[in-house]
Design a protein around this ligand. Structure first.
Ligand code: GAP
Length: 482
């Protein structure tokens, strides 16, 4: 499916709209419509169930979007959270220099300095994609955080957070003291982050305002006991630093030192399983071991979960082994003790692994991989897994007369208590099936003349178009089981 088509369908079906569209929009900002918001909430709830509620040692928090400058000085963001910017002196277009060179030449330019990038522009004769001239400015450093001023007095600088993670780290002591958690334990957060990206693009792929789901899992690096639960044998496809691809179980990847810690392998295995559960085919998922030059100095290894999109493979989850860097740097800058005291009195700063999920990219992947051309029925539809479908079922009276709407409303009211259902009596039944399919509703329930006699209804499956009769009193059970 082309990008234009995704954007068009997302808008027409109430999934995602360009933000402030009637005023021409604002690049890098999008709004969720009534259907899209349901999908977003379902994705978050599915993630919460799978990663947080299924274990009893991960605590979820919600921290401020705006945080003082001191936080970002300590984390290194004010200094290092930068991208190289180049502008065309002929037509004034601006680009992220590394992306521009990479896209045009196909060559990797990770971690190159501005002067080196400029040399490469010359060497590869990269011209401006818009005006086709070679008239580049010097490459400048562009800071990605959105700055704001808090309160009426000048000088009180703060930033919109570029990741939810720092809200977790600065609260480490508060959470530890209030929960009295023992290692290993995790802190999770779902929320919005902001990055003033030079060139937002590809619909909701690179945004200036986006949503993350992050877990910081703290552990004692000397603790050897580890329970992989049922994920030890989960197969991971890993693109190694040398470009070779291995398919290996999570357990084996640790044994062979491809992944540096069991915690990271555990989360990667869970991620691979979760993305399949929400509709991404197994062959469209792999992990890429980030090259040394791309990896932050404090990290003992970063693995990106990448999904294949219409334009190629792209990171959707970042997995970083951040060691004790974040707690250590906040301890130093805030002059606060960030250590953990074990039962045997040992005092140390825990290590942390971080799986960081992008919600918007996840939704893009779902839309792309659940889309069906519907040649068998004459309309396109989304085959969302029930886990993330915006509605569980649609309820229809066959016709709008003869007491069928009244009966259908009784069924609707009954199901509404337990499921996200909608009622629709306008247009032909075929048109109503099309509308339900188009927003990925797994089942359509029709109340017809037989219903009045035997209290059963017709349930049509979105994917197979097959219809079965189900007793009204068994409908809830049917929707749960299918
Ligand atoms: N705390 C670590 C962190 O933020 P990241 O790799 O920079 O790591 C994690 O971001 C995830 O957030 C990415 O894998 C991606 O899914 C999402 N993300 C990052 N920047 C984004 C942007 N500009 N637009 C949309 N999603 C973004």
């Amino acid at each position: 499916m082309s990008l234009e088509k995704i954007v068009d369908i997302a808008k027409r079906r109430g999934i995602i709209f360009p933000s402030s569209e009637i005023y021409g929009g604002l690049a890098g900002f999008f709004d969720f419509g009534p259907v899209g918001l349901r999908i977003k909430k379902k994705v978050e709830e599915s993630w919460r169930e799978f990663f947080i509620k299924s274990v009893d040692n991960i605590y979820e928090v919600q921290t401020s979007l705006v945080m003082p400058e001191a936080v970002w000085e300590a984390s290194g963001h004010t200094k290092d959270f930068i991208d190289p910017l180049v502008s065309c002196k002929k037509c004034n277009s601006v680009y992220r220099a590394d992306d521009l060179i990479q896209e045009i030449t196909g060559k990797s330019v990770e971690a190159l300095k501005p002067e080196e990038l400029f040399k490469m522009l010359k060497k590869e004769n990269v011209v401006c994609p818009k005006c086709k001239y070679f008239a580049w400015s010097d490459i400048k450093i562009f800071h990605l955080m959105l700055k704001t001023q808090v309160g009426p007095t000048e000088g009180n600088i703060a930033y919109l957070r570029p990741e939810t993670a720092q809200g977790i780290f600065v609260n480490f002591k508060n959470i530890l003291n209030s929960t009295r958690a023992k290692l290993p334990f995790g802190i999770a957060q779902i929320g919005t982050s902001y990055r003033n990206e030079i060139s937002p693009r590809h619909f909701i792929m690179r945004l200036r305002e986006f949503n993350q789901m992050e877990i910081e899992m703290f552990f004692d690096p000397n603790e050897k006991d580890f329970d992989f639960e049922k994920f030890a044998k989960t197969k991971l496809k890993i693109v190694k630093r040398d470009g070779k691809v291995v398919e290996i179980t999570a357990e084996e990847a640790v044994k062979k030192e491809i992944i540096p810690t069991k915690w990271q392998a555990y989360f990667m295995a869970k991620e691979a399983e979760w993305y399949q559960k929400i509709g991404i085919p197994k062959e469209k998922i792999h992990f890429r071991h980030m090259k040394l030059e791309e990896t932050p100095h404090y990290s003992m290894g970063n693995f990106d979960l990448e999904i294949e999109f219409d334009f190629g493979w792209k990171e959707v989850v970042g997995n970083a082994y951040r060691t004790d860097f974040d707690l250590g740097t906040h301890a130093k800058h805030a002059k606060t003790d960030m250590s953990f005291v074990a039962d045997d009195g040992k005092k140390f700063i825990p290590h942390v692994v971080e799986p960081s999920f992008g919600i918007d990219r996840t939704i893009y992947a779902i839309l792309l991989h659940s889309f069906r051309d519907g040649k068998d029925r004459g309309w396109e539809f989304f085959s969302f897994p029930k886990e993330i479908a915006p509605f569980a079922a649609a309820v229809y009276p066959l016709v709008s007369k003869d007491k069928l709407p009244e009966k259908a409303k009784v069924v609707f009211e009954m199901l509404k208590k337990e499921f996200a259902v909608f009622y629709d009596e306008s247009g032909s039944i075929g048109k109503r099936y099309a509308r339900a399919d188009e927003i990925g509703t797994p089942f359509a329930i029709t109340i017809d003349y037989d219903t009045l006699k035997d209290d059963s209804v017709t349930v049509r499956s979105r994917d197979t178009k097959k219809q079965v009769r189900v007793k009204i009193k068994k409908l809830a059970e049917f929707l749960k089981e299918n």
